[in-house]
Design a protein around this ligand. Structure first.
Ligand SMILES: NC(=O)c1ccc[n+]([C@@H]2O[C@H](COP(=O)([O-])OP(=O)(O)OC[C@H]3O[C@@H](n4cnc5c(N)ncnc54)[C@H](O)[C@@H]3O)[C@@H](O)[C@H]2O)c1
Length: 331
């Protein structure tokens, strides 16, 4: 079974030079799909996709989803849009709120508008569990939980994007598979708690400072499980005239506490004596969601389940970041 089935031959992949996107490109190429990566490299890395550049049926376009002419020109002729481009600097977003409006809401609008004009029907979209705001602090939120009152401009941007995709699906015949992820982790991460802890312990092997109250807990899952989950939904959950799009939580059915991440990283770096210091308040930065609980029952009900528990995924991702373990697709 190929990743997206045999009806799809060519994929237009926005954000394809980023952490998740470059792995999507690897998996699509391994299955023989033609791929166009469209990325402005604001946070992506050419080296993540270097192995594909110059190969047949692969094109890299360094451009912005806000450039509507270029977007439509390059998107033309593809069977599916896999839309991952977004501002992913959640902390920085608090200081530049317009970035989430531009790179997420307006960018997604441009993507679906180009699809409408070019008569490209299918879109896979990466949303986030952050859309649940404070709701997911104490209860595990499902897709029908609400009201959605985001606490970051990043999450506001994702809700706006989901809304435009849904409206275009209902009005113009598009078909949308939207996924609200937990925390996606792997060897090519460029930020996040695992990345930070390894960096800090390399700088000072005697002490690890944890920002926040140490009670943070989130759902972590490996990048390949995330991609396989999105593709599984696309292959097996049909969208119809009555229901042209849908949204699914995606992650594991478990969580990892931040202090346990610190412990796993201490073990993997062989630093048993490193002191853990917890300093700060409940919210480590403006817009932070210290406790994120989402249920993945719905996607499990359709037959997809992450194979690894959150703690196992954290250990593997940490090992990959340290170069101790490499996934078949590098990282
Ligand atoms: N990593 C996670 O834990 C996680 C969790 C929930 C949702 N997501 C979503 O998954 C997607 C991929 O995330 P990631 O972790 O790989 O992040 P990333 O920052 O590595 O990838 C995003 C890519 O989009 C590109 N990009 C940004 N703005 C652009 C624009 N205006 N035009 C063209 N390209 C642009 C960046 O250069 C980057 O390569 C994002 O939409 C993100 O919001 C990620």
């Amino acid at each position: 079974m190929t990743l997206l089935g045999s009806n799809i031959k060519s994929v237009f992949l926005t954000g394809g030079a980023g952490f998740i996107g470059s792995h999507v490109a690897d998996l699509l190429r391994a299955d023989g799909y033609a791929v166009t990566v469209y990325d402005n490299l604001s946070n992506g890395h050419r080296e993540f996709i270097e192995r594909h550049i110059g190969k047949p049926n692969f094109k890299f376009v360094q451009a912005d989803i806000l450039d509507t002419d270029r977007l439509a020109t390059e998107m033309k002729g593809h069977d599916l849009v896999w839309h991952l481009a977004a501002n992913t600097d959640i902390i920085g977003g608090a200081e530049q709120p317009r970035r989430d409006l531009r790179d997420c809401v307006m960018g997604t609008f441009n993507v679906v508008e180009a699809m409408r004009q070019l008569k490209i029907q299918r879109i896979i979209f990466s949303s986030t569990g952050a859309v649940y705001g404070e709701l997911c602090t104490d209860i595990a939120t499902s897709e029908s939980s609400g009201p959605l009152l985001p606490v970051s401009t990043y999450a506001a941007g994702k809700i706006g994007s989901e809304a435009f995709i849904s409206a275009f699906c209902h009005l113009y015949g598009l078909r949308g598979w939207m996924y609200r992820f937990g925390n996606v982790i792997g060897g090519r991460m460029t930020h996040g708690v695992i990345f930070d802890f390894i960096r800090k312990l390399r700088e000072n092997p005697k002490e690890l400072l944890i920002r926040g109250d140490g009670r943070q807990e989130k759902n972590y899952f490996l990048v390949e499980e995330c991609i396989q989950g999105m593709a599984y939904g696309f292959r097996t959950i049909p969208m119809t005239d009555d229901k042209p799009c849908d949204v699914f939580n995606l992650g594991t059915d478990s969580i990892t506490k931040v202090v346990d991440i610190a412990q796993i990283i201490k073990e993997e770096m062989d630093l048993p004596d490193a002191r853990i210091v917890i300093e700060g308040t409940k919210r480590a930065w403006p817009g932070d969601q210290p406790r994120v609980h989402i249920t993945v029952d719905r996607v499990n009900g359709f037959g997809w389940k992450a194979k690894l528990k959150s703690d196992q995924a954290v250990r593997i991702a940490a090992r990959r970041m340290m170069g101790k373990e490499v996934w078949a697709f590098g990282g």
